[in-house]
Design a protein around this ligand. Structure first.
Ligand SMILES: Cc1cc2nc3c(=O)[nH]c(=O)nc-3n(C[C@H](O)[C@H](O)[C@H](O)COP(=O)(O)OP(=O)(O)OC[C@H]3O[C@@H](n4cnc5c(N)ncnc54)[C@H](O)[C@@H]3O)c2cc1C
Length: 427
């Protein structure tokens, strides 16, 4: 255990909430153990760029050990937490070890859910981790390769039929970028297919895409998507997904690539807390972000559910960072015997990109879309990336892509013989 302090803070999850909590404890008289099942902090907002071959994994992720190398009171441990024992104040890890804590910070985030249809998962992968992004990239790029070598026109059309389920920011970003790849990036590269003939469909069960944005911006987003060649379907839910396609409104649509960008389910670790959770499995927290009845356990980021001004604090990166920072400061203040204010979420606005040179921005009162919004989105994402190297690499990549439409990471790894492992069976 690092440092000479007695008070042991265990933080589970090195995402935005966990990392910001760790940093906020930099000068506190505590020793911190940061546990994550991955060895890196991941900038999830740019994950879709890895999935669509615009960026490589190291451009949007950095090793936690490296980020925290100068913070002497922290030890980083790569392991998955399996069970919390709140009465014993300890935590069981997947490597068999048990770790005792004085204060616990849970920041394990959320993942996607198939609304009770887990059998859809192999046919409609989601996007949450770097592994997910690389798997998706392979599937998207392979679909064009398969279409090129397919002679049967119907089966070829199924390889060129792409559906993205879920019209939130991730679905919109994926659909817009995929349409751009089909229309521009792959132009003139194939001999038997016209990639521009690919059908890219974005399916949203609710009445509009980007439901978290004002209605006028949702409409702008829809129009920008359609200009890019995306077919936007709203108000209809997908009712089945198989290896061959999906069923929408009672009609079966052949499609070899379906991507899942809907639903939120909390990390299962929270169940072992033994407290009531919300429907998505998130933990309702008090105003100081502790679990009611457990002042020594904090929840931060997407895993926490908290109402403020009659609305839930949203599951976005700025909220996770603010919660993490607040938790770190609260722990330090408590040990110093100082009073702590309740957590207040500061909402600075909402951004979403749609594709090359198209985005929507809502800064509460200042709303805009199109090219200006895209530049704003780009600057914000470069600014918030962790690591100087990442900022430079991403900036250069985007300038190249801007001028040439090319995407830097279009390499398919693995052999065709391995494809069945990725559930892409030959047609
Ligand atoms: C594809 C995608 C795009 C997004 N785009 C945006 C965007 O444009 N703007 C925005 O503001 N927000 C965006 N978000 C949401 C944003 O990324 C989340 O709100 C934010 O990451 C939440 O931070 P967190 O720390 O709570 O969880 P996470 O960042 O998810 O971190 C959780 C960490 O916990 C670790 N972990 C999980 N379970 C365990 C375990 N049992 N043991 C050990 N470690 C564990 C994980 O490895 C991970 O490092 C996006 C999310 C996704 C998935």
């Amino acid at each position: 255990m690092p440092g000479q302090h007695d008070h042991h803070v265990v933080i589970v999850g090195g995402g935005f909430a966990g990392l910001w909590a760790t940093r906020a404890l930099g000068r506190a008289p505590v020793c911190v153990t940061l546990i994550d099942r991955a060895n890196h902090h991941l900038f999830q907002p740019l994950l879709y760029q890895v999935a669509t071959a615009g960026l490589s994994s190291p451009d949007i992720a950095a090793p936690l050990r490296h980020i925290l190398r100068h913070q002497a009171n922290v030890e980083v441990r790569m392991a998955a937490a399996e069970q919390i024992q709140p009465l014993q104040k300890n935590l069981r890890l997947d490597d068999g070890d048990t770790i005792a804590y004085d204060t616990l910070v849970l920041a394990t985030g959320v993942t996607h859910t198939y609304f009770g249809h887990d059998e859809w998962a192999p046919h409609a992968p989601g996007l949450k981790t770097l592994d997910d992004a690389l798997h998706l990239r392979r599937r998207l790029l392979l679909a064009f390769e398969r279409a090129e070598s397919e002679t049967d026109p119907q089966r070829r059309a199924a390889w060129l039929s792409f559906a993205i389920v879920g019209g939130g920011p991730t679905g919109v970003e994926l659909a817009g970028t995929l349409a751009e790849i089909a229309r521009h990036t792959l132009r003139r590269e194939f001999r038997h297919i016209d990639p521009a003939s690919a059908q890219v469909r974005l399916i949203e069960a609710g009445p509009r895409v980007l439901a978290g944005f004002p209605e006028a911006l949702s409409e702008k987003a829809r129009a920008q998507l359609q200009r890019l060649g995306v077919e936007v379907v709203t108000g209809t839910a997908v009712d089945d997904i198989t290896a061959e396609g999906y069923r929408l409104g009672g009609e079966f649509v052949p499609a070899r690539t379906v991507v899942w960008a809907a639903g939120v389910a909390a990390s299962s670790l929270a169940r072992s807390l033994g407290v009531a959770l919300d429907r998505a499995g998130r933990v309702p927290v008090s105003a100081d972000l502790t679990v009611p009845g457990h002042p020594e356990i904090f929840i931060a980021g997407d895993l926490a559910t908290l109402m403020q001004n009659g609305r839930p604090v949203p599951g976005v990166a700025p909220a996770a960072k603010q919660m993490g920072r607040h938790v770190g400061r609260t722990i330090a203040a408590r040990l110093a015997g100082q009073p702590v204010a309740p957590f207040r979420y500061r909402d600075y606005g909402n951004l979403a990109t749609i594709g090359r040179m198209a985005a929507v921005v809502d800064l509460h009162g200042l709303r805009f879309s199109g090219l200006l919004a895209w530049w704003f989105w780009l600057a914000a994402h470069i600014f918030f990336l962790i690591g100087f190297r990442n900022r430079i690499v991403v900036l250069l990549n985007w300038f190249m892509a801007y001028w040439s439409y090319q995407r830097a990471a279009r390499i398919i790894v693995g052999h065709r013989a391995d494809d069945s492992r990725d559930d892409i069976e030959p047609g």
